[in-house]
Design a protein around this ligand. Structure first.
Ligand code: GTP
Ligand code: MG
Length: 469
């Protein structure tokens, strides 16, 4: 037994020496050999997005917490004697863009009433979150507002000389405005007086109410879901109708709009992916790729049902997409009966165009833009960015069709390399690329599109560069 063991051990030793020698020989050969072909290089592990955990944002939360206005000793109108306005009725658990347009208008109302806007973080709808709910670090699924946007709405400074109090976080509101010092205004007491009124009248009504309140701290409290499905000050019924339009003039010129900024997190994600947009011709890095870019917002997935639902509930475009200065309004023929097959056909064409219609629209939008506009690079528009929730064969065929139609460089949302912060803010990343592109084509029913339109118009981009399917 002992002998067998000794013999077995010495055989194992010989075997090990042989294996090690072969390994060393192989390593020497493969690394010392100068003509190694690149295809024989080790293949890196595939970038598996789902394996990255969600971003903890520890430093960003801390930064938000330490904003300089979070200081009780500051003089009026900030600090412990300051004036604050919190919208507890702000919509939660919806797509980012329905939340975004509302919170900006709330911030504008706070500005107009000379109160500090209490900003809240983004509460994700679980279905849209890139990770399973169980991976959230909080009870709710949250992203700090400052990861998604920057500017005074998220606590940044107002313009020099503007003495409006700066926005504060919800956590600071709990400290500076203890419960017994809050004046509560219930939406159920206010909204019935102005239901279905034009947006400017709704705004003016709330503004007076809040200005007249002598209390330092005002909280707008929502009624129950049973009483009001959308208990917001500026609710979905307003955003989805032309009643919003009278607000454009003041909102688009407000410091809330003018000082709204892309967040550093979003800027960083774009910067690390920007090489993808650099043209391969000789001009290369010397040009601004956005001057030659068209961006298209292509909503797919289960959107057929969504489009028909929109057609059923609402025959008009959404919010700023309704601005009459924009070139592709939804003009439905008068004789069309609501919800008839012919009516639904038109809605589907405008809401969920097929690949052929998309290529055609891109071509026409390009021609019409170039006919009236000479960019810094002359008349050129050949880089395409597709913002999309679509993947797979449909998208590949779409890219091929665009390539055949002369688009020399085509990049999609799926081509971006995203770290976990990038995954978390990817909608804001796509939106910012679309903001900067020379021409943007979007979906008229979408708040994702209308928030891009808002920033493009505020940036001074011409209406002919904002198109709808
Ligand atoms: N990065 C990226 N994310 C998208 C895109 N489309 C949808 N999403 C994500 O999915 C969520 C829900 O999508 P939507 O319902 O189309 O967008 P929304 O923000 O709710 O705005 P609406 O267009 O009014 O519905 C968005 O908020 C994003 O988080 C896209 O094109 N790019
Ligand atoms: Mg949505």
């Amino acid at each position: 037994m002992g002998h067998i063991l000794v013999r077995g051990a010495s055989q194992r030793l010989q075997f090990l020496v042989l294996i090690t020698a072969c390994g060393l020989l192989y390593l020497w050969f493969s690394y010392a050999h100068p003509t190694r072909h690149p295809s024989s290089l080790p293949i890196p592990p595939k970038y598996d997005k789902k394996k990255l955990p969600p971003p903890p944002y520890e430093r960003l939360w801390k930064w938000q917490e330490n904003l300089p206005q979070h200081n009780l000793s500051l003089p009026f109108p900030e600090g412990r004697t300051g004036r604050y306005l919190k919208f507890s009725c702000e919509v939660k658990l919806l797509g980012w863009n329905n939340v975004f347009n509302e919170l900006l208008m709330n911030a504008h109302l706070a500005y107009e009433t000379k109160r500090a806007f209490v900003f809240q973080d983004y509460f994700w709808k679980e279905d849209y979150y890139p990770w399973p709910r169980s991976q959230s670090y909080h009870r709710d699924i949250l992203t700090p507002l400052n990861a998604l946007i920057a500017g005074p709405t998220a606590g940044g400074p107002w313009a020099p000389g503007d003495d409006t109090p700066r926005s504060v976080s919800d956590d600071y509101w709990q400290i500076v405005c203890p419960v017994n010092e809050r004046k509560r205004i219930y939406t159920r007491d206010v909204k019935p007086h102005i239901r279905n009124s034009p947006g400017d009248e709704i705004f003016a009504y709330w503004k007076k109410l809040i200005m007249d309140a002598p209390e330092r701290c005002v909280e707008i409290v929502p009624s129950s879901q049973e009483e009001d499905n959308y208990p917001q000050v500026f609710d979905l019924w307003l955003w989805g109708s032309s009643r919003i339009l009278p607000l454009w003039e003041s909102f688009s010129k407000s410091p809330t709009s003018l000082l709204l900024e892309t967040s550093p997190v979003v800027k960083a994600v774009i910067a690390r992916n920007e090489y993808l947009f650099v043209p391969r011709d000789r001009a290369g890095w010397t040009i601004n790729p956005y001057d030659r870019m068209m961006a298209m917002h292509i909503r797919r997935g289960d959107f057929k049902e969504a489009c028909l639902r929109l057609a059923y509930w609402n025959s008009t475009f959404y919010s700023w997409n309704l601005l009459p200065s924009l070139p592709d309004p939804l003009d439905l023929p008068l004789h069309l009966g609501w919800n008839t097959p012919a009516y639904n056909d038109i809605i589907i064409q405008r809401c969920l165009p097929d690949a052929k219609a998309i290529v055609e629209k891109a071509k026409r939008a390009r021609e019409q833009y170039l006919a009236g506009h000479v960019g810094p690079q002359g008349r050129n528009l050949d880089i395409m960015y597709l913002l999309t929730n679509e993947k797979g064969a449909w998208l590949e065929n779409m890219k091929e069709a665009l390539r055949k139609d002369g688009w020399s460089m085509i990049v999609t949302s799926n081509d971006l390399e995203l770290d976990s912060e990038g995954m978390d803010v990817s909608m804001a990343v796509d939106m910012d690329i679309a903001r900067m592109a020379s021409v943007f084509i979007g979906n008229g029913w979408s708040s994702f599109t209308s928030n891009i339109v808002h920033r493009r118009l505020v940036d001074g981009k011409p209406p002919i560069s904002m198109r709808f399917w």
